[in-house]
Design a protein around this ligand. Structure first.
Ligand SMILES: [Zn+2]
Length: 291
């Protein structure tokens, strides 16, 4: 069941909406062991307190404690892209990858790193946040108040920014593109040979390739998965991405086998949340047994 998140009053009703939704779907014979929740913010592994989830109105919010109070079971909260990475590791395109990097291209850019089945969160919960690595010093202003972050250059927002730049600077070039065109329209125009559209795709994938090559040098993953709505563009995106990646990569690797599409789509995060809840529940149970 998919419900729209109610972000009114700084997301005040989200915890109770989650609890109500879970209760309404449980049969009397069901036993709730624990709950996994993905959120669009930074979540330090130890506290489970959500930081900077500006899209839902939370600056600092203890979602874990709130849901635990309502349902009386253990709740485990993590960043949504981290959970998507865990889901792909468990049931998707990242199976058998000892080290895995997932990048989700939605409105912004999310990222998650899994190593030996564990999410790399870091003490502040910013582990895997590839959307906020600087790829253009002094570049476009990001929602995080810094300049030149990757998510200003790819993702639907990044494509829109690049489209606007290109339309502002175009001189004596004809293009079928309009100011409010979507990524799909840009891809379609590129396929029919529109030079401005081709340039936009070249530029956006160049920046993604730069960030990915740096990440690959740093963590040396077995696979890099690309998820999110834009990844549906497939060859139009992956071909230039692979080409640019080879320029920046430290070692000669075949980018076609390293950087591949994710498998689970929007359900990756749901699988990841379930896996997190199962793993943490068994850790807690073993701990209580003294194992
Ligand atoms: Zn940023």
């Amino acid at each position: 069941m998919v419900d729209q998140t109610n972000v009114a009053y700084n997301g005040e009703s989200i915890a109770s909406d989650i609890a109500t939704s879970i209760k309404s779907q449980m049969r009397t014979s069901d036993k709730l062991l624990s709950i996994g929740v993905g959120v669009p913010g930074f979540v330090p592994a130890k506290s489970g307190v959500v930081h900077g989830a500006v899209n839902v109105g939370w600056k600092e919010y203890n979602l874990k404690a709130r849901i635990e109070r309502l349902l009386d079971v253990s709740v485990f909260v993590n960043n949504d892209a981290n959970l998507a990475a865990l889901g792909e590791y468990w049931q998707g395109a990242g199976q058998q990858s000892e080290t895995l990097l997932l990048v989700t291209l939605g409105t912004g850019v999310g990222g998650g790193i899994i190593h030996r089945g564990e999410i790399i969160n870091g003490p502040n919960g910013t582990g895997g946040e590839i959307g906020h690595v600087t790829i253009e010093p002094g570049g476009r202003l990001c929602a995080c108040n810094r300049r030149g972050c990757l998510e200003e250059y790819i993702g639907t927002k990044g494509f829109a920014n690049t489209l606007h730049d290109k339309l502002s600077e175009k001189r004596n070039v004809t293009t079928e593109l309009e100011w409010d065109d979507s990524v799909e329209s840009i891809v379609k125009a590129a396929k029919s040979g529109d030079h401005v559209a081709l340039k936009i795709i070249e530029e956006c994938t160049y920046y993604l390739a730069l960030a990915l090559a740096n990440a690959v040098t740093l963590i040396n993953p077995n696979k890099v998965l690309i998820g999110g709505g834009i990844s549906a563009a497939r060859d139009s995106l992956f071909q230039p991405l692979h080409k640019h990646f080879s320029r920046f990569a430290l070692l000669e690797t075949d980018p076609k086998t390293l950087i591949v599409p994710a498998k689970l789509g929007n359900e990756a995060g749901i699988y990841g949340a379930a896996k997190l809840a199962l793993d943490r529940h068994s850790v807690e149970t073993n701990h209580l047994r003294g194992e």
